[in-house]
Design a protein around this ligand. Structure first.
Ligand SMILES: NC(=O)c1ccc[n+]([C@@H]2O[C@H](COP(=O)([O-])OP(=O)(O)OC[C@H]3O[C@@H](n4cnc5c(N)ncnc54)[C@H](O)[C@@H]3O)[C@@H](O)[C@H]2O)c1
Length: 258
């Protein structure tokens, strides 16, 4: 049956301790899923503790550093030991790094790649063996991966993630596992709270909807991509960015010509 409901389905969300990941964990549980919410902290983060007994679905917390292959294996073993399979994986964990082209070091690149690219590869390698026909993976990219966003290491990592996602969609498709990517624009989270005011203003000027997005607006698209409503959608990339990436830089010209 085609539905937004995730009852009876188990979904792993990475970086679920705050921001978009926490909102995704909450919405997926509300849709009836058993959510395995993971993050770096050993104890359940405050934001998740507040939603750890959803009225429908279920939420359990596990510590996971997505760049740690052994950690992924331990998570897979734990899920297997419970007799569960994995129906959804949301590779949400990500870090930013704001150095500019001529200042970025190889270490900067490696640090972001370790989480934003290798973390996703490791997750797919560890959990796809537990996934069957009808399951789905959602990778969280960024408008940075669609544009020449200035923080070069972060931007390069999100472009790389697009390639990884497309290979995964191709390779896992025959097993009935869908792989899609969402590309958030400026979303209000702890990550963007540390951005300079100039960044906020310049981004708003390039965003046709004229506002920043909320974590719930990203979570809704993630739920759609995990649900059977999107059962023939794979290898797709959906910007959730208020139109920021769609105009190809023409907005400032259009605004200037009014
Ligand atoms: N907020 C935005 O405007 C925006 C825009 C585009 C893309 N994104 C992407 O969305 C995702 C979520 O971003 P957010 O704004 O909610 O960020 P956030 O910094 O508020 O939250 C990220 C979470 O990931 C966790 N995390 C970091 N490194 C980890 C690791 N190695 N292993 C496991 N967990 C780790 C953090 O502990 C944190 O809980 C990221 O992939 C980010 O790149 C965010």
């Amino acid at each position: 049956m085609i539905s937004l409901q995730l009852s009876g389905r188990t979904v792993v969300v990475t970086g679920a301790g705050q921001g978009q990941g926490a909102a995704e964990a909450r919405l997926l549980a509300e849709a009836g899923a058993r959510v395995i919410a993971t993050d770096l902290a050993s104890e359940i983060p405050e934001q998740l503790a507040a939603i750890s007994s959803p009225s429908v679905g279920e939420l359990v917390y596990r510590q996971l550093d997505v760049s740690d292959a052994d950690g992924w294996q331990r998570l897979a073993d734990w899920i297997r030991s419970r007799g569960w399979q994995v129906d959804g994986l949301v590779n949400n964990a990500g870090i930013t790094q704001r150095s500019r082209l001529l200042d970025a070091s190889v270490t900067d690149l490696q640090r972001v790649y370790e989480v934003n690219v290798a973390g996703v590869l490791l997750g797919i390698q560890a959990l796809s063996p537990l996934m069957g026909n009808g399951s789905a993976i959602v990778n969280v990219g960024s408008v940075a991966g669609l544009t020449a966003h200035y923080p070069v290491a972060y931007t390069a990592s999100k472009w790389a993630l697009r390639g990884l996602s497309q290979v995964a969609a191709m390779e896992l498709g025959p097993r009935g596992i869908r792989v899609n990517t969402v590309h958030p624009g400026f979303i209000e989270t702890p990550m963007t709270a540390s951005a300079r005011p100039e960044f906020r203003q310049a981004t708003l000027a390039e965003t046709p909807l004229g506002r920043t997005g909320t974590v719930d607006e990203v979570a809704g698209v993630v739920l759609f991509l995990l649900s059977t409503l999107s059962s023939f959608v794979t290898g797709a990339e959906i910007p959730v960015d208020g139109g920021q990436s769609g105009h190809g830089g023409a907005k400032s010209v259009s605004d200037a010509m009014r």
